[in-house]
Design a protein around this ligand. Structure first.
Ligand code: GUN
Length: 278
């Protein structure tokens, strides 16, 4: 039986640490303010944004909410971001993605001051991560590192395989594992013989966006498996990129879906917000 890596418990632990830290900062007259911008009426995005605002409230971070109609123009959005960039009270700015098609996502990401880019998406923050300098780190991969560390999984010297090469998860995940002295392979849709590459992994992180793609044929006995995917199945239940029932009997530790990586993303966003005061 694999040990479950409990993202719900670990994210609560982190949020409670941050709440105590926020209180100390408040006593020194310092408060973090996060501006959250949502353009359009995508229901999933509305749920995510709401969860982020609730987490802010729990920790003691002030949140400013900008809910803009889907017709908002790119220049209107850029104007708002510029205003928030120049507002010293605002420590973090987050534009929920995806934005509507008529808005250039890359342009929006680049318009947020790197010093307020708590998502860690700005090219300057991505570059800082790559060369080991200080900067904001993308929340989901940062959350995976916390899950591993707080579950006493040593990364140094281990074979780490990341499946998926997105800018938000796969690529920064590889760099973070490397920073922890893992031996890292980033696999993707063009990788030849994905099964044998995944089977090498002591730590397998899956972020491919394909429901239950990774089954027992892809894992080494005793590996640690982290599932970043989340999908709603026809029966209404959630599943990950990993076929949990097939993989679980063969591994030492595994994240469930839901309750694994998901709650960590918001916890690490909150950590980025509080770190603006450190
Ligand atoms: N859309 C899906 N995930 C994210 C995220 O981590 N940050 C933002 N801003 N938008 C998202």
């Amino acid at each position: 039986m694999a040990e479950l890596i409990d993202g719900k418990r670990i994210s609560k632990e982190i949020k409670d640490e941050l709440r105590a830290e926020a209180e100390k900062f408040k006593a020194e007259g310092k408060e973090a303010t996060l501006a959250v911008i949502l353009v359009g009426d995508d229901p999933a995005s509305a749920v995510y944004v709401n969860n982020k605002k609730k987490a802010c409230e729990y920790i003691g971070i002030k949140s400013l909410s900008y809910e803009l109609p889907k017709e908002t123009t790119e220049s209107e959005l850029l104007e708002l971001i510029e205003k928030l960039n120049n507002d010293d009270n605002v420590k973090g700015i987050l534009v929920q993605l995806p934005v509507p098609d008529h808005i250039d996502e890359n342009k929006i990401i680049r318009s947020i001051s790197p010093l307020k880019d708590v998502d860690g998406f700005h090219p300057l923050n991505v570059g800082a991560l790559l060369i080991g300098e200080k900067g904001y780190v993308s929340c989901t991969p940062a959350g995976v590192i916390q899950l591993l560390k707080r579950s006493n999984v040593d990364i140094a010297g281990k074979e780490c395989v990341v499946v998926g090469r997105s800018n938000i998860v796969g690529k920064p995940m590889g760099v973070l594992l490397l920073r922890e002295n893992g031996t890292v392979t980033i696999a993707h849709s063009k990788t030849k013989d994905l099964k044998s590459i995944c089977k090498r992994a002591d730590i397998l992180v899956v972020a491919v966006g394909k429901p239950k793609m990774i089954n027992a044929d892809y894992v080494k006995e005793g590996a640690v498996v982290i599932d970043v995917g989340i999908h709603r199945m026809d029966n209404g239940k959630l599943c990950g990129d990993v076929d949990f029932d097939s993989v679980e009997p063969h591994v030492s530790k595994i994240t469930p879906v839901p309750g694994g990586v998901g709650p960590m993303t918001i916890a690490m966003l909150m950590d980025n917000c509080i770190s603006s005061l450190r």
